[in-house]
Design a protein around this ligand. Structure first.
Ligand SMILES: [Zn+2]
Length: 170
């Protein structure tokens, strides 16, 4: 398992740390009855170069709506999770976006997803960019969103399940 690195259209980078990736992968909809899961992305913005690091992600709470093809995140739980981290990081952490799972190999955002992301980008945040992650059953994809303009772009790269090689006798 490797940490993920993405390039933003303006040359900055987004770095997702392994513990955060592992947490999201724990909710992959590998079985046909698995419901969607999701949460918020929390991380740091480096002062020197404005690069982004996602350190932590929240996990589903009982107040969220979890269906096979739908995830609706409630504020409850996720807000408290953020507050606790904010204390721990002494105010040096930011809300950086949202993640959720899809029951498809290579995930693509639905119309509802895109609408939600655009609404999200129109709100006021302490950062100029937000990120939206969808965890598919074979691939994790990340979209970049620009606050203000509402521009959304899929970021190159991503994580793919390691292919299992067949056993060979040497
Ligand atoms: Zn979705």
């Amino acid at each position: 398992m490797k940490e993920l690195l993405f390039n933003l259209p303006d040359g900055r980078t987004l770095f997702i740390r392994e513990p955060a990736i592992q947490k999201m992968l724990g909710y992959q909809q590998s079985n046909e009855n698995d419901c969607e899961a999701g949460g918020i992305l929390i991380g740091r913005i480096l002062i020197e170069n404005n690069h982004f690091i996602i350190d932590e992600v929240s996990e589903p709470y009982p107040t969220d709506t979890r269906k096979r093809h739908r995830f609706i995140r409630s504020q409850k739980g996720h807000q408290e999770y953020f507050n606790a981290l904010w204390e721990e990081y002494e105010g040096r952490c930011f809300y950086l976006g949202e993640w959720h799972t899809h029951p498809e190999k290579v995930p693509l955002p639905s119309t509802v997803d895109r609408r939600g992301w655009r609404e999200n980008l129109s709100l006021l945040y302490e950062t100029d960019s937000l990120f939206f992650i969808i965890v598919g059953t074979e691939k994790i994809k990340v979209w970049y969103g620009k606050c203000g303009t509402g521009e959304i772009a899929c970021m190159e790269g991503g994580w793919e399940n390691e292919r299992k090689t067949s056993k060979k006798t040497i």
